[in-house]
Design a protein around this ligand. Structure first.
Ligand code: LLP
Length: 427
């Protein structure tokens, strides 16, 4: 993690900014994002693709981190966006991503969302079912438009990742069953309002090896050939996202191996290629800063370190048993002999646990820590459960940092709530 370093006097630094200074000034819990990490990783991915001799358009998966500043940085690096809702579409446009670089995916897009996408002129809508194809056709005809669609096929391969983030198996809800894809493509070619341009496949997330990609793309390549033999034009393959990162000691997914899998299976098809990475770019760029509220001793066992961040902020450990690295911010804490402890949040759920039996320096009340690799599926999955306001967010670049979302106020939690008159004793 080149953008995080330990300074002997300032403690944990993100780029040129001591994270304790951020915590001192705006408190915790607070998300920190490193702009340079976003840029470096976006460039590495682009370089891996061009290095493999591929011309690939990169659509950042907005769901992994949808902050306008993040999207603006990545747009300035030339990336487009992969969106899965009307909200994400409007966010991407607001951040300056042109509609012509936006792909709209998702298993259930509402009529309103589809109308919006058609009206804004997105590059492509990825169709996930026969039913959806008919709906898009009707809505496009109604709008007097013809939209480019790609069929998202379910290649039925195992991405070898966590069950909750596997999407490419036949019993997952995603995509058109492989064996039905060709017939549906030909149906699309005959429908008004839609123009089938190709296929899309996304088999899951946090994928560390190239083999599942190769298996999936081999199936897609077969489908492209069969479709062409049937007389239809195929000009696009969207290879999805899913490249994993090293949360612990598993090593990260290699962009070069990913590019190699694409080239090996799809390189000679003469199609325009696209990818939809999220986590690989945004994950390592973010941290979540938190303060120890208290240290609860357990007789004969590891203490509970109760933090001011909780599952409502960073849900991944509760939902997927995900492992996030934890580092103390203070240079003093960083060099203490580690002990075994449980790191938990204050929310009233046993599942509100970040780490059990984790070896950490002895953290006392007031100590501050950073959760690592929290830039993807972190702030975006937060809720206000237990009436806990959304945490602040800061962006760091070089020696500068700025608040990019102030801490939500408690009053904002109920600002839009009303109580009907009859509850207030009105007539
Ligand atoms: N494209 C599609 C169609 C997707 O469904 C996803 C992620 C991506 C691209 C981006 O995948 P990535 O490159 O970020 O792996 N909340 C979970 C991850 C859910 C991923 C959902 N789909 C987590 O925290 O691990």
């Amino acid at each position: 993690r080149p953008q995080l370093s330990l300074d002997p006097t300032c403690g944990l630094m993100m780029e040129g900014v001591p994270l304790s200074a951020v915590a001192d000034e705006i408190g915790t819990p607070t998300w920190g994002i490193s702009a340079s990490t976003l840029r470096i990783r976006a460039r590495r991915l682009l370089t891996a693709m061009t290095g493999a001799g591929l011309s690939v358009s990169v659509h950042f998966a907005v769901k992994s981190n949808d902050h306008l500043a993040v999207l603006r940085i990545l747009a300035s690096e030339g990336l487009g966006a992969d969106v899965v809702s009307g909200g994400e579409l409007l966010r991407a446009l607001e951040a300056g991503v042109p509609a012509s670089k936006i792909v709209f995916s998702g298993v259930g897009k509402s009529d309103a969302e589809l109308r919006l996408a058609i009206q804004k002129g997105v590059a492509q809508i990825n169709v996930e079912s026969a039913e959806e194809l008919e709906i898009i056709s009707a809505l496009a005809v109604e709008a007097g438009r013809v939209v480019d669609v790609a069929l998202r096929v379910n290649p039925d391969v195992d991405a070898e990742t966590h069950a909750k983030i596997t999407t490419g198996l036949a019993d997952n809800k995603f995509g058109v069953p492989y064996d039905e894809a060709l017939a549906l493509y030909l149906r699309a070619a005959a429908l008004p309002g839609v123009r089938p341009v190709g296929y899309a496949a996304h088999i899951g997330s946090q994928i560390l090896k190239a083999d599942p990609y190769r298996a999936a793309y081999a199936r897609v390549a077969q489908l492209v050939r069969a479709t062409r033999e049937a007389g239809a034009v195929v000009s696009v393959v969207d290879c999805g996202g899913g490249l994993g990162i090293g949360y612990r000691d598993e090593g990260e997914g290699s962009p070069e191996a990913f590019a190699g899998a694409i080239r090996a299976e799809l390189g000679d098809l003469d199609v325009r290629l696209a990818i939809e990475p999220g986590r690989w770019i945004s994950g390592p760029s973010g941290v979540l800063l938190s303060t120890v509220i208290l240290r609860k001793a357990v007789t004969g066992g590891a203490p509970f370190i109760v933090l001011d961040a909780a599952m409502n902020d960073l849900l991944r450990p509760s939902l997927y048993d995900a492992w996030h690295g934890v580092l103390p911010l203070s240079p003093h804490d960083a060099v203490q002999e580690p002990e075994k402890a449980h790191l938990v949040g204050p929310v009233c759920e046993s599942g509100d646990c970040f780490a059990r039996d984790r070896m950490l320096p002895p953290l006392q009340r007031g100590a501050r820590v950073a959760f690592l690799d929290a830039g993807a599926y972190g702030s975006v999955m937060s809720s206000t459960y237990n009436a806990r306001p959304l945490a602040a967010q800061v962006l760091v670049e070089g020696e500068r940092w700025a608040v990019i979302r102030p801490r939500q106020t408690v009053e904002a939690l109920w600002a839009n709530e009303t109580t009907p008159g009859w509850l207030n004793g009105d007539a």
